[in-house]
Design a protein around this ligand. Structure first.
Ligand SMILES: [Zn+2]
Length: 343
């Protein structure tokens, strides 16, 4: 399986995350991608290629124009205010307040952020743009005939909504790839999100559409980030009704329970018969992940990779989360090798 990867991910190297009332080194850090690409090389998964440049249009096809404009200038505007730390919001358009977009950077951060653990720092936009190109290049490889491709995206994307960033995500890489497939001939795309956290951004983007089936397995939002989306009764609206499927699961969920939900999800995908399948691949379901509460072991990733492979669909793996960094390479590549073992 070919891997698409660029060293430009290192441009996203923020120094602070707000966690437990303290500023800590971000869980989402450059070494994550280094461990993954190292494992890809160690096992000889396949060739490793730089992304092509598809420009801004595929990103604007998914995200709000004002939001993308904001991401490009946020760091410069923040700096020009003379602030010493990295950019993060302190106020939101909460219940019964207006949704008018402020002019001051402090207000615009609050308008476009869905959470404040994730700072904007120097290079954030450049790395996010490159990450989207990694996803787009993987998608184009499938269009060109590849059966499966691994887009090693960083920063991740599945929390990024139409006009909101947060949860370490700025551009929704999986959604951008899905739209690229639709714009180049696919009629139906399925996105299966196996990251520990609900893919609220992807759900938001496709919630009123029937050309993308979105299924997410994740920690119950009553107990886990992003806390305000991902319940089982969210199923899409309008023509999109039935094209969003959520499987929230409680703290301590083990692999047999998680896999039972996966098998249901795969049956729905098989019934939908998509032209292509995108996997939002987060491995923060691992038992020792520091910010999650599922109990998957390393071998379980191989097993479920094979489960996904048994669908025999053209498949694009898009990297999302995973924060037990020492094991992230093994767990991620286990999924890919499991997939290949049956294809
Ligand atoms: Zn996650």
């Amino acid at each position: 399986m070919e891997t698409i990867f660029t060293e430009r991910h290192k441009l996203r190297n923020s120094k602070t995350e707000l966690h437990g009332g303290e500023f800590v080194e971000p869980f989402e850090r450059p070494s994550r991608a280094e461990y993954i690409i190292g494992r890809v090389r160690d096992v000889g998964l396949g060739s490793i290629s730089e992304p092509d440049d598809f420009g801004l249009d595929p990103i604007r096809a998914i995200h709000d124009k004002g939001f993308i404009d904001f991401l490009q200038v946020a760091w410069d505007e923040w700096q020009s205010e003379g602030f010493k730390g990295e950019a993060l919001p302190t106020v939101w358009p909460a219940r019964r307040m207006t949704q008018r977009i402020p002019t001051h950077i402090e207000g615009r951060l609050g308008y476009y952020a869905l959470a404040c653990e994730t700072t904007i720092s120097d290079g954030t936009w450049e790395a996010s743009f490159a990450s989207a190109q990694v996803a787009l290049t993987g998608a184009q490889r499938l269009n060109d005939g590849a059966k499966a491709v691994f887009s090693l995206c960083r920063p991740p994307g599945h929390h990024a909504a139409i006009d909101m960033y947060g949860g370490y995500c700025f551009i929704n890489n999986a959604a951008v790839a899905a739209q690229h497939f639709l714009d180049t001939g696919s009629k139906r795309v399925a996105i299966l999100d196996v990251d520990f956290h609900h893919g609220n951004g992807t759900q938001d983007i496709f919630y009123e559409r029937d050309d993308v089936l979105f299924i997410s397995l994740h920690g119950d939002p009553l107990e886990a980030f992003p806390h305000f989306l991902g319940h089982a009764d969210e199923m899409g609206i309008g023509v999109g009704k039935g094209y969003t499927v959520n499987y929230p699961m409680p703290p301590g969920t083990d692999f047999p329970t998680w896999r039972a939900a996966l098998i249901k999800a795969l049956a729905k995908i098989a019934e939908y018969a998509p032209d292509v399948l995108i996997i939002s691949l987060g491995v923060d379901t691992f038992e020792t992940d520091p910010i999650s509460f599922f109990k998957l072991k390393s071998d379980d990733f191989t097993t479920y990779g094979a489960d996904i492979g048994s669908l025999h669909l053209p498949t694009l793996f898009v990297m999302e989360g995973g924060y037990d960094i020492a094991e992230i390479g093994v767990n991620t590549v286990n999924v890919l090798q499991g997939f290949e073992s049956v294809s």
